[in-house]
Ligand binder design. Structure first.
Ligand code: COA
Ligand code: ZN
Length: 310
């Protein structure tokens, strides 16, 4: 069993974007850059730093232009930014971004609530933005939100997810992040979507973007590993959620993912102790303790002590 799992995994750190977009606290540009640098120091080599969405839609990331402009480049570090439309691409290109993340969703209702468009219209935007990006030498990742369960529509068809995945690759994305936006999936859902996709698309083109609302994120990672998926998103300190998806809790915490992969003998090149330092820093920026098992273990703090649930 173990011998068939991948030997090496890439972690895409999304805390500075997917995390901070959902935290009420105001984090200054300098603090954001400090956090991104700590994450890079921990060995994370793919970091989604910010989002060029409308500043009124996500005020926490209204300083995207400054964050990208002021971040120092490092060899081996890829910084990406979320882009929703052509206006966002103009800003991203002006700031000097080399990798962008575009997004759509597998649920019609979620797409309307999130970006006020149909899926078909969002694909037209995707096509235009991605073509311009690739011409400018900028690579494109795609998020496909609500791949398993939608907060408005419930279960999502795995066949639909597979069709959209293929379309997004044809439109210029090099990687599709299959996203469990509300963290409701269990391994059965991941296997169903994987089986529908993997006879058309190869595993290196896929990533899993998991939230941990119901504590199923790591079991979903194992399901992904069993299907040969080698890229996983995570957010330091388990930051995040989605302001447009009711019920979405934080992302899978980077430190929990690193512990799990280390213990499985899978190489990540990320240093757990340094990620915990970054989690500590992130927590003080947002004013609540890190939401991760690793943090509870290291600091002897009760998991979820700051939350309402028991
Ligand atoms: N950055 C800055 N300004 C933008 C912008 C962007 N990415 N996109 C649009 N605008 C501006 C336009 O220039 C226009 O300005 P004007 O009125 O001064 O001419 C105004 O916003 C309205 O433009 P419009 O194309 O109608 O956009 P919209 O208001 O329908 O917004 C989105 C569409 C997608 C950009 C917006 O809903 C958004 O950013 N949502 C955030 C989605 C998100 O972050 N989700 C979480 C990740 S999954
Ligand atoms: Zn997310």
């Amino acid at each position: 069993m173990m011998s068939s799992l991948p030997k090496r995994v890439t972690i895409v750190e999304v805390g500075p974007r997917d995390g901070l977009q959902n935290e009420a606290a105001f984090v200054s540009t300098a603090q954001k850059i400090g956090l991104i640098e700590r994450l890079a120091d921990a060995g994370l080599s793919f970091i989604e730093a910010t989002s060029f969405v409308h500043p009124k839609a996500v005020p926490q990331l209204a300083d995207a232009d400054a964050v990208i402009g002021e971040l120092e480049t490092r060899p081996g570090l890829t910084i990406s930014a979320l882009v929703p439309n052509e206006r966002g691409l103009d800003r991203a290109l002006a700031a000097g971004v080399k990798r962008i993340a575009l997004f759509t969703a597998a649920s019609e209702t979620f797409t309307r609530r999130n970006i006020r468009m149909s899926i078909a219209d969002s694909l037209a935007v995707f096509r235009a933005v991605s073509q311009r990006a690739v011409e400018a030498g900028v690579s494109v990742r795609a998020y496909l939100s609500t791949c398993f369960v939608c907060p408005f529509e419930g279960d999502i068809s795995a066949r639909r997810v597979a069709e959209l995945t293929e379309q997004l690759l044809e439109l210029g994305a090099d990687e599709i992040a299959l996203s469990d936006t509300i963290g409701a999936a269990a391994p059965r859902d991941v296997f169903a979507v994987g089986e529908a996709i993997l006879n058309r698309v190869s595993a290196p083109r896929l990533a899993l973007h998991l939230h941990d609302t119901y504590g199923t994120a790591l079991s979903n990672v194992l399901a992904g590993l069993q299907m040969g998926i080698t890229t996983y998103d995570a957010a330091v300190a388990g930051l995040g959620g989605c302001p447009f998806a009711p019920g979405a809790a934080g992302n899978l915490a980077t430190e929990d993912l690193v512990y799990f992969l280390d213990r499985m003998g899978i190489t990540t090149e990320v240093d757990l102790a340094r990620v915990l330092d970054a989690a500590d820093a992130a927590a003080s920026l947002v004013g609540s303790p890190p939401r991760s098992r690793q943090w509870s273990r290291v600091c002897g703090k009760a998991q979820g002590s700051s939350r309402d649930e028991t």
